[in-house]
Design a protein around this ligand. Sequence first.
Ligand SMILES: [Zn+2]
Length: 141
Amino acid sequence: MITVDDYFMGRREQHPLALSTDIERNATRTVAVANALMARAMGAGIHFDSNPKTGSPVSSGWRPPAVNAATKGAATNSKHMTGLAVDVYDPAGKIDAWLLSERGQQALVDLGVWIEDPGATAGWSHWQIVPPGSGRRVFHP
Ligand SMILES: [Zn+2]
């Protein structure tokens, strides 16, 4: 399970001017949906480890614009900036593999989660609670 504090990664304090009530509201919902998805995966035997760099399963949560701009490979319109996306630590790709399974795909539909194609997310699993422009459940960033 992850917390809203895990999601913000200390950045609320570091970048207070980039924060808004919309972002905080989005983050609360993203964390709740992520926890529901984690519960579904755990029910299927998937284990979540903490990223040693963050101390939680969150590899990347909220990104203020300055952080996003400095993040290698980050999209300029990343949903991380608006609190609508989270990267979950997935060093061996087991979480992504489960999300591509029939049960995993059903969980994504049930909970309203879209993921980036695992081929583009080695080491983490990107989850967002709004659809990408393509509308595809598994999309290329
Ligand atoms: Zn991401």
